[in-house]
Design a protein. Sequence first.
Length: 370
Amino acid sequence: MKHMEHKEHFHGSDLEAIEKIYGIKKEDITSFGANVNPLGISPLLRKHIADNIDAITAYPDREYTKLRKAIADYTKVDADFIIAGNGCSELISGLMHYVRPKHAIVFAPSYSEYEHEITLSGGKCEYFYSKPENDFIPDIDEFSKMVKKETELVVICNPNNPTSYAMDNDTIRKILDICKINNAIVMIDETYIEFAPDCDSLTAVPLVSQYDNLIILRGISKFFAAPGLRLGYAISSDKELLANVNKQAIPWSVNSLADVAAEVMFNDTDYISATRKLINEQRDIMYNAIKEIPSLKAYKPYANFLLVRILDNRVNAQDVFDAAIRKGLMIRDCATFESLDEHYFRFCFMQPDKNKELLEVIKCTLSIQE
């Protein structure tokens, strides 16, 4: 099967690059690679921001008191356990530059920014690989053998990107206990936790008050479909850690509109319920549909996206990407993820009609007829 000559691998936000290379207007592209809530921002949030646009004429509260209170109510933790940042990226950077880990372990395959920031801070990154033959379920006994006296940081994405696997509270506890003995901090990125079918049994937030070596990161880019607002937050019972991470931030790094948005966003129960209903339904439909295709392996998803492996060596993820983009559908070729190769791709769950359209493209590319 012939595909376009370029070998670039695109992030879900690289619509301008796609537009240039493929000659498709970015407005006509449905991004299955960005993992953003297909409902878009809620109508309530849209109106609230419009009604409060004058907020940009003043500096936000430097302590973000109301914002942290809104997050505290939403996550059911003490507001003193929370700091806000300009997206999770700023908080990750701040944590790495404060800890400056001599030795850090990152659960892989995962988001490349973790290693990037660890390296920038002068640290050494070692990967703990979850294996495809185990459906990317981490072996915690094997992990415990990797933790050393010099290990200062362990990084986990839960649910994980790109595998979509999620560890439960009991597993997280085991990791925290192992790390506590070695005085290692555990950073858990919960960017996708709110999409999970049983968020309450998977989130590590209830463990915050019990483990002072735990810091959790969350944001509004994916679940609340607001990546442009650049709002992330960290949760930890180690107030000294939070204070030092906060010091890495530029003053007023969270803008006034993000501050205003929190007043309604975290309380919009109709939007939150509608999102979970849509994702839960489409996750089951798409996972079951992909499982029926003999030349594909689908890994059980917990987030709002699915990792797929092509078992037919005559076809690779680039072939699927090219076929999909010609239809204005953009998936994620996962060859750039640590330990994955050109036979893995990932896509998030969109509206039912678009999901069905993508499914047909995938079947057609693999020469599978219904």
